[in-house]
Design a protein around this ligand. Structure first.
Ligand code: EPS
Length: 353
């Protein structure tokens, strides 16, 4: 399996399966001298973890990250940073029935078509568990971006199923509820919606948005390697992502040029439909990205599928699953935003000093 590496100059290579002994990554290209410790990485991992509320998977992992290399006396040394997290609460028997069957809507089917072999336990490499390492590496990138440029990254739940959660943007409350909703007035509605959904055995999609502020102008390559193209690729690479928008995104279809263009005064831009990127290069405005996540495909509601021999079968998924993967996706979107910006900061430095 190739292409497990992300980034050009700040390179993260992840490894591991959901029910293997551990999941980990090697980060190559991190500048030396950055103060970082496991506790800071842990802070981000905790935000993404399962089992924090009744609305997510009840798998209980400590997600305790170990720094194996690349950090000496609390500072990065410029050598590869290896991170590892042990898997301690895998329950592989839940997957016995899926060994030879495919969950519709899941990568079960395409992994089998591609490789003719798959670790079916917990979705193997296709599991959301792989995102632990994106968040861990993202924590290091965030630290650097903040220390060097004052870049701040904040994500939030913008919509869950039919419930819009971005009509009120009270960012102080994002961490105070299990959904990362910026609107505290919809939290009760989200709780009830998710309780009913969980009882029904179904799942639902969500939209996560994120903003990076204090991004310097000039990040991103003008033709190939555009900042927005790399963001789109990074976000689409998150498990269950189905659509990405930058700035106004698909709304630009209905906008007129007079509305979409972001007029400029000597003091500032007067709007930000571009999402902080013009011609593939950051403008100095906030970088805005939004990602749609599909409903989880692991459902206990029976459905039709086939087995590895092509025979018709019924599939019922057992075990502990997220009824809405979007609920845990805010820290992952933030991490991918940090990783893309980090890579482009180093690329900008390499060419333009
Ligand atoms: C997942 C299924 C569940 C989740 C898992 C992602 O795992 P299991 O079936 O082994 O209990 O708990 O997420 C994590 C463990 C995690 O850390 O994100 C899946 O099918 O993707």
């Amino acid at each position: 399996m190739s292409d497990n590496t992300f980034g050009r100059l700040f390179r993260m290579t992840t490894f591991g399966e959901s029910h293997g002994p551990a999941i980990g990554c090697v980060i190559d290209g991190c500048p030396p001298g950055l103060a970082i410790d496991a506790a800071e990485i842990q802070q981000q991992l905790v935000r993404r973890a399962t089992g924090k509320s009744r609305h997510t998977s009840q798998r209980k992992e400590q997600d305790e990250v170990q720094i194996l290399s690349g950090v000496f006396e609390g500072r990065t040394t410029g050598t590869p940073i290896a991170l590892v997290i042990e898997n301690t609460d895998a329950r592989s028997r839940d997957y016995t029935d899926l060994a030879k069957k495919f969950r519709p809507g899941h990568a079960d089917y395409t992994y089998w078509k591609k490789y003719g072999i798959r670790d079916y336990r917990g979705g193997g490499r296709a599991s959301a568990r792989e995102t632990t390492m994106r968040v861990a590496a993202g924590a290091i990138a965030r630290k650097y971006l903040r220390a060097q440029f004052g870049i701040e990254i904040q994500g939030w739940l913008a919509q869950l199923g039919p419930i819009r959660t971005d009509k009120v943007m009270d960012m102080d409350t994002v961490e105070d509820n299990p959904f990362f909703s910026p609107d505290p007035s919809v939290v009760q509605q989200l709780e009830e919606y998710m309780d009913n959904l969980r009882k029904s055995g179904n799942s639902v999609g969500a939209r996560i948005s994120a903003r990076a502020s204090n991004v310097p102008a000039g990040l991103g390559e003008p033709v190939y390697g555009k900042l927005d193209a790399d963001l789109a690729s990074a976000m689409m690479g998150i498990n269950a992502a189905k659509a990405v928008e930058i700035g106004a995104g698909f709304d630009c279809v209905e906008q007129l040029g007079t509305e979409h263009r972001d007029e400029i005064t000597p003091d500032k831009f007067l709007s930000n439909h571009a999402g902080g990127v013009l011609g593939g290069i950051s403008s100095g405005q906030d970088v805005l990205v939004s990602v749609a996540f599909k409903p989880t495909s692991s459902l206990r509601i029976p459905c039709r599928s086939v087995d590895v021999d092509g025979h018709a079968v019924e599939v019922i998924t057992q075990g502990r699953h997220d009824p809405c993967v979007g609920i845990r996706a805010t820290p992952i979107v933030e991490a991918m935003l940090a990783l893309v910006l980090m890579d482009h900061v180093l690329r900008q430095r390499a060419q333009n000093g």
